[in-house]
Design a protein around this ligand. Sequence first.
Ligand code: UDP
Ligand code: MG
Length: 341
Amino acid sequence: MDNRTSVIKGKPVLWMVIPCYNEEAVLPITSPEFLDELSHLIGLGKVSPESRILFVNDGSKDRTWDIIKDLSKQDPHFIGIAQSRNRGHQNAVLAGLMEAKDRCDIAISIDCDGQDDISAMEQMVDAYHDGCEIVYGVRSDRDSDTWFKRTTAQGYYKVLNRMGVEVVYNHADYRLTSSRVMQHFADFHEVNLFLRGMFPLVGFKSTSVYYSRKERAAGKSHYPLKKMLGLAFEGITSFSIKPITMVVKLGAVISLAGLAAFIWAIIAAATGSHISGWIWACCLVCLLGGIQLFSVGIIGEYVGKTYLESKHRPRYIISDRTWGDNDAKLKVTDWPKPDRK
Ligand code: UDP
Ligand code: MG
């Protein structure tokens, strides 16, 4: 599969891919910062002036899409697509990357709230020029997190690794990918998305860039505990069948213990001892019943996933583009070059 990367490696066309959901408070603050960084990279000759900042409106209910359309009128570097409804962060990032893959040489996905250090993009682009096709943005500390989020997140990465899921520790979705990686990524058809676990599976030379994560510039997080747990569960069950193996092992150990107890009871009864029975029997029934339910639940989770995958539903639907369906409108050569502050 050929791509544009090899053709114009000197000045690659960069697309920043930025998911936005109800971000009317944040966009006016962070959009100039994105443009500022892009101008900086263009000024240094590290990326092409044809580069773009792509906002993906994920079915926002506030003025987010209006703001994106206004931005696209103010500066040709700002462009946007709108999803037909809210589908979640992972699907919004995917929609942006798939939109970008044939139109740029490299894409950098980043949240729109300013938490990820925008200036780390330069290092990412440098790593690309050094031959890396995936560059993971990794948080060097978790000081801006609450104690609870920090502890659970760190424990979670360890559990994921134990389960055999390959994820880069403390990396979320701030990531540079080459168009070649995105082309191959398009062949991953799953609908249960956990992007940070999927990209390492694509392969190619990769590296990490470290940055310190900040507070949100404005607005509030869309990842309450319930959604966080959902994504965490997705990460395990979409990538690993170890939970099933663990349940099978647990089941085997418990049944062997039950069998041993049963044999012991028969021998004890045969040798004339009195077996005080019903309490133990109840405990055993409860224990086994609980384990069976747990096991069936886990198996059900995988069956459910298979069901969802088998439907092959679209993972995103784009309802609008700031440039309509005419890609020629993306071509801009004379544009105002704002100075980097
Ligand atoms: N987001 C999205 N769709 C959603 C929820 C969030 O596109 O359904 C975007 C959001 O606008 C932001 C990014 O995903 O750019 C991360 O969300 P957030 O900052 O709320 O998560 P946190 O950083 O608190 O984990
Ligand atoms: Mg955030």
